[in-house]
Design a protein around this ligand. Structure first.
Ligand SMILES: [Zn+2]
Length: 426
């Protein structure tokens, strides 16, 4: 009974295709042009990403030029620091020398002062002895004792000479003392000026060191900026690679679309058969029942977390949990655009789907193993992996995302899978 119904349904569909032969062709052309539109959008996005990468590369070379400038400025500062340090050492040595000279002059002045002191004492003693013996009378005695006028002159001259000599020695000492004092004053002035120069040089050296520290800080900041740009390029490159894979997947989808359209009637019949088979209760407990529409449930389990349903509101998919390591299946026909191991997604597969010209992307994360590689063409309900707890996951579950359009870093095309895909209950 059932068998005959299917036969009739297949016959009817095939018949329609035959009767309205032009109609499927029109549908085909329409969906292919939609796919091409999607492909154009992806290619535009790719060229945006490529120009973003170029801009980042320009920024990097600009940052590298700035770093080279800063480095040459730092070299100049280093040279100036070396120069002032040499001068500081020279001035310090000169100051030591001058201080020694001051000490020497002080010593010499002290000696002269002592001599003057002694001479003064001597002269006072002599003056006192003149007074005690009658002073000038004594000289007069000398003079009066002269035997002739010529003798008198000689004696008078001798007295004057002795007195003059005493005066001259004293004057010479005073002159020496004055000269020494003026020399000392000059050297002390020199010392003060040297000390000022040294202070100026030390200040200059401090300023140069501060400048160097500032340049060092600037260099660090430029290096950080460059590292950020490199990271940015890595992100953009990764996204671009994903879009390139998606581009290729759509290209494949365009080719497949014709076959798919041609087989549309047969596919519909098969879907009906599957639907009846699942309705018959003979379904496996680990493989989800293959639904009749474009979409099927990706894994057996319970819905442990809904779309956007976390505290932070940033859950871009749904979680299906199961204590058993159940199979994960493709939610719809498509092409695997990425099959890889990620630190966050764990063992993960991305599938690109083209449904009536609309591109969808599904993501299956945290699997324990993957059994579909890059570029693999998969059918709805076909196993692609096994549920697991890999990557940033707490507890065994499937994290499933649905994007209406391509997958992007910001997940701006993510939609609630519940709107299209059959999901288990909580
Ligand atoms: Zn999740």
């Amino acid at each position: 009974m059932k068998k005959s119904v299917i036969t009739i349904a297949v016959a009817a569909t095939v018949g329609l295709g035959t009767i309205f032969g032009a109609a499927p062709l029109k549908i085909e052309a329409e969906s292919i042009s939609k796919l091409k539109g999607e492909q154009n959008k992806i290619q535009e996005k790719r060229s945006d990403l490529k120009s973003g990468i170029n801009q980042a590369n320009d920024k990097i070379s600009d940052l590298q030029n700035q770093q080279a400038d800063v480095k040459s400025e730092m070299k100049r500062i280093d040279f100036a620091i070396g120069d002032t340090t040499t001068k500081i050492n020279e001035k310090t040595a000169k100051i030591e020398e001058t201080k020694a000279e001051v000490a020497k002059l002080q010593e010499e002045t002290k000696v002269i002062k002592e001599r003057i002191e002694k001479r003064n004492v001597l002269l006072k003693d002599r003056a006192r002895s003149y007074q005690e013996t009658g002073g000038m009378v004594n000289y007069l005695d000398v003079l009066m004792g002269s035997t002739s006028f010529s003798d008198f002159i000689d004696r008078a001259n001798a007295v004057a000479t002795i007195m003059q000599a005493d005066q001259d020695i004293l004057k010479q000492h005073e002159a020496d003392k004055k000269e020494l004092e003026s020399k000392q004053a000059q050297v002390e002035t020199d010392l003060a000026s040297l000390e000022k120069m040294l202070a100026d040089l030390e200040k200059m050296n401090q300023q140069l060191s501060a400048q160097k520290a500032e340049k060092d800080k600037l260099l660090g900041a430029l290096k950080n900026q460059e590292a950020e740009e490199h990271e940015h390029i890595m992100d953009l490159t990764e996204e671009e690679q994903l879009l390139a894979a998606q581009d290729a997947a759509i290209q494949k989808a365009i080719k497949m679309e014709q076959e798919a359209q041609a087989r549309a009637a047969a596919e519909a019949a098969k879907a009906a058969k599957n639907s009846q088979a699942s309705g018959g209760g003979g379904a496996s407990t680990t493989i989800p029942n293959n639904s009749s529409g474009y979409w099927t449930q990706p894994a057996v389990g319970r819905l442990s977390s809904g779309f956007g349903g976390r505290g932070d509101g940033n859950h871009y998919g749904v979680d299906i949990a199961n204590a058993t390591r159940v199979p994960i299946v493709a939610a719809a026909d498509g092409v695997v655009i990425k099959s890889y191991s990620s630190t966050s997604y764990g063992e993960c597969i991305f599938i690109s789907h083209s449904i009536n010209g609309q591109v969808y992307t599904t993501v299956y994360a945290h699997m324990s193993s993957r059994i579909a590689g890059n570029g693999a063409v998969v059918k709805k309900g076909q196993q692609i992996g096994v549920m697991g707890n890999t990557g940033a996951s707490e507890g065994q579950h499937l994290h499933f995302e649905l994007h209406k359009g391509p997958w992007t870093q910001d997940k701006r095309y993510a939609i609630d899978p519940a709107s299209l895909v059959p999901l288990p209950g909580r």
